[in-house]
Write a protein of this length. Structure first.
Length: 173
C-alpha cells in the first residue's frame, strides 16, 4: 500500500505532466507567429526594390485601427494560399506609441505569419509621400508592386477578398 509521500509524489507528477505539455504546445504555437522587426524607412525601401521574384503586397496598418484589424485575416489567408506572393504587414504604431514591444505582443497573440515590419519613423508626414505620392496617410492602405514589369497599385481603404485578388491580377499582367 502506498504511503503518504508516494501519493504526494504521484499527484505532483499528475499535475506536472499536463502543465509541461501545455507549455510545450504554447511554445510551438508561438514559434509559428512572425517576429516583428524594427527597421528604418531606407531599409524598407531597399527591401522592396530588391524583391524581384514575387509580387509584393504591402499593407500599412496599426493596432488601433479597426478597419486595419478587420482586413488582417485577408492578408494572412493570402499568405497561406499564395506562396508566390510576398506579404509585408507594415505597422504604423510608432507614430503614436514608440514601444515596438506592443506590436510584437499583438503579432504573437494574433499568430500572424506574414512578415511584420515596424517602421522606426515617428512622423509619417515626413515620409508617406516617399511610399506613395497619392497617400494622404489614412489607414488602412495597401501597395501592390510587381518589380519585374514595374506595375504598382495603391489603395487607401479597407480591402475585401475579391478586390485584393483583382488588384494582384492587375499588376501581374
Amino acid at each position: 500500500m502506498p504511503g503518504k509521500t508516494d501519493i504526494i509524489k504521484s499527484s505532483r507528477s499528475l499535475v506536472a505532466r499536463p502543465l509541461l505539455f501545455t507549455l510545450l504546445v504554447l511554445l510551438s504555437v508561438s514559434s509559428l507567429a512572425q517576429e516583428a522587426r524594427l527597421i528604418h524607412l531606407s531599409q524598407f525601401q531597399e527591401d522592396i526594390k530588391s524583391e524581384k521574384g514575387k509580387i509584393q503586397v504591402i499593407n500599412f496598418w496599426a493596432t488601433w485601427c479597426a478597419p486595419c484589424l478587420k482586413e488582417l485575416p485577408l492578408f494572412e489567408k493570402l499568405q497561406s494560399d499564395r506562396p508566390d506572393i510576398h506579404i509585408r504587414l507594415v505597422s504604423m504604431d510608432m507614430d503614436l506609441d514608440p514601444n515596438p514591444d506592443k506590436v510584437r505582443r499583438f503579432v504573437a497573440r494574433k499568430k500572424l505569419t506574414s512578415e511584420v515590419i515596424i517602421l522606426d519613423e515617428r512622423n509619417p508626414n515626413k515620409w508617406i509621400d516617399q511610399v506613395e505620392k497619392k497617400w494622404s496617410g489614412a489607414l488602412p492602405a495597401t501597395l501592390i508592386i510587381n518589380n519585374q514589369n514595374g506595375k504598382r497599385v495603391f489603395v487607401e481603404r479597407e480591402l475585401h477578398a475579391g478586390e485584393l485578388e483583382k488588384l494582384i491580377s492587375e499588376v501581374s499582367q
